[in-house]
Write a protein that binds this ligand. Structure first.
Ligand SMILES: NC(=O)c1ccc[n+]([C@@H]2O[C@H](COP(=O)([O-])OP(=O)(O)OC[C@H]3O[C@@H](n4cnc5c(N)ncnc54)[C@H](O)[C@@H]3O)[C@@H](O)[C@H]2O)c1
Length: 419
């Protein structure tokens, strides 16, 4: 019997791991991505997603059960389709254009009995109110009666060696019982544990709840860090002490701001939905956005004050940003707070250089200098700002720089100031 065909739309941070795991599970997998340069790299066995080794892609290609495609012209149906395309914000509002295009393409190839699953993070209601009508319109079929439809949020934590795609429980849902069974049956072959919820709306909200929870708690410690500094209190000591409480407390730490594809974006999908449907403002999200969005300004202000205390203007100073990715040990610079910090420092006339072995040249602004975090650069900098504490950095050497603003609480020494 021929293997079941799985179409994965979008071969990025989310879609590629799903595709690779589906190959492992025995599916014939078609990885469809609108970016033909990515498709070319995948078909050459070259992974651009850090959590997926190139050898894994090469093995999948060699098995004959994986191919990447940039068009679906030759596709003769599928058994399961997973949609994992971006859901950005445009002028503060959800931009569902990628989902609409993906659903149109999937609908064009949808046959009776197939299952369609949305994985993109989005506001509650998207699967039933946006995706289902497009699929029905393109295929002439009826959701539930002729094909299964569901939503399953992704929980990928890039760079996390403990919680991987397979051992992180996966929330699953369907528009009816048969759809839930089909969606669950698919993921049961890919991950260790699935967690069913009663409809796609609950599954969509689960993802937004998880990310809003992080966003709000990070904003809480960020705001507290600013006040504690002004009050002369060591916030880190308080956080360490609070973290010894074995119940009712979860540790979050201050930083230079939030980045990546999730925290700066996802909570706004929820607040947009609340405002549009209920006419209410989701105040926690608005406040967390406000605090977290302004952390880069605070980092720059602390640097300006530090130079001022030494009788120096920022203009002309050589400032070395250690880490440009938004997160430790990753090369993901999407929405990174480092971009705003670099831009503001350049605007003040500083000579800004960036050391980040994980981030591609193309992701760096053109007006900063890319350098290695070697002894010469660390000694030559008038100030070093630790933004992402990658394992690749020699933090002991960094702590000896002329002045260090440590936004990650990793360094100690007479020249080090904590955020
Ligand atoms: N990256 C994460 O850690 C993470 C975690 C959980 C959820 N998510 C969510 O998953 C979704 C995808 O995120 P990602 O990080 O994988 O994004 P990504 O940018 O890494 O990948 C998306 C891919 O989709 C492709 N694409 C865009 N429109 C397309 C279309 N119409 N047809 C085919 N391909 C198309 C892009 O070229 C890109 O390669 C988003 O909704 C995101 O919020 C991401």
């Amino acid at each position: 019997m021929a293997a079941a065909v799985c179409l994965v739309v979008g071969q990025g941070y989310v879609g590629l791991p799903v595709a690779m795991q589906a190959v492992e599970a025995g599916f014939d997998v078609i990885g469809f991505d609108a970016d033909s340069s990515k498709v070319k790299r995948l078909n050459a066995g070259d992974s651009y997603v850090e959590d997926v080794d190139s050898e894994v892609v090469q093995r999948a290609l060699a098995s004959g059960r994986y191919r990447a495609v940039a068009t679906l012209d030759d596709l003769d149906g599928f058994d399961v389709a997973v949609i994992s395309v971006p859901t950005p914000l445009r002028e503060g509002a959800p931009d569902l254009g990628h989902i609409e295009t993906a659903a149109t393409n999937v609908g064009n190839h949808l046959h009776k009995g197939a299952t369609v699953i949305l994985e993109s993070t989005t506001y509650p209601g998207t699967t039933e109110e946006l995706v289902a009508p497009i699929l029905e319109d393109r295929s002439g079929l009826i959701a539930g009666r002729d094909f299964h439809l569901g939503y399953s949020p992704e929980r990928i934590d890039p760079g996390n060696p403990t919680w991987t795609f397979t051992n992180t429980p996966k929330v699953v849902s369907g528009i009816d019982e048969a759809s839930l069974a089909a969606v669950r049956g698919f993921y049961d072959q890919l991950v260790d544990r699935t967690v069913p919820v009663k409809s796609p709306k609950e599954a969509e909200l689960t993802k937004l709840l998880e990310n809003t929870f992080r966003h709000v708690n990070i904003a809480l410690v960020n705001e507290l860090a600013m006040y504690a500094h002004d009050l002369g209190i060591d916030i880190w000591e308080a956080i360490d002490a609070a973290s010894t409480k074995p119940f009712g407390y979860l540790r979050f730490t201050p930083g230079p701001g939030v980045g990546g594809h999730c925290l700066p974006v996802d909570p706004s999908y929820l607040s947009w939905r609340v405002r549009r449907s209920l006419g209410q403002s989701f105040r926690f999200v608005e406040l967390a956005n406000d605090v977290n969005d302004h952390m880069p300004d605070y980092v720059v202000r602390r640097l300006v004050v530090a130079f001022n205390q030494r009788g120096l203007a920022v203009k002309g100073q050589r400032v070395l940003l250690l880490g440009y990715a938004y997160k430790k040990n990753t090369g993901d610079a999407r929405e990174t707070p480092a971009a705003s910090i670099a831009r503001q420092l350049v605007g003040l006339g500083a000579q800004v250089c960036v050391a980040d072995p994980h981030v591609d040249e193309a992701q760096l602004p053109s007006d900063v200098e890319r350098v290695d975090a070697d002894a010469e650069e660390l000694e030559g900098a008038d100030a070093v700002v630790l933004l992402a504490d990658h394992d690749a950095f020699d933090l002991t050497a960094a702590a000896r720089a002329r002045f260090v603003l440590d936004c990650r609480h990793r360094l100690t020494g007479p020249n080090v100031e904590q955020l």
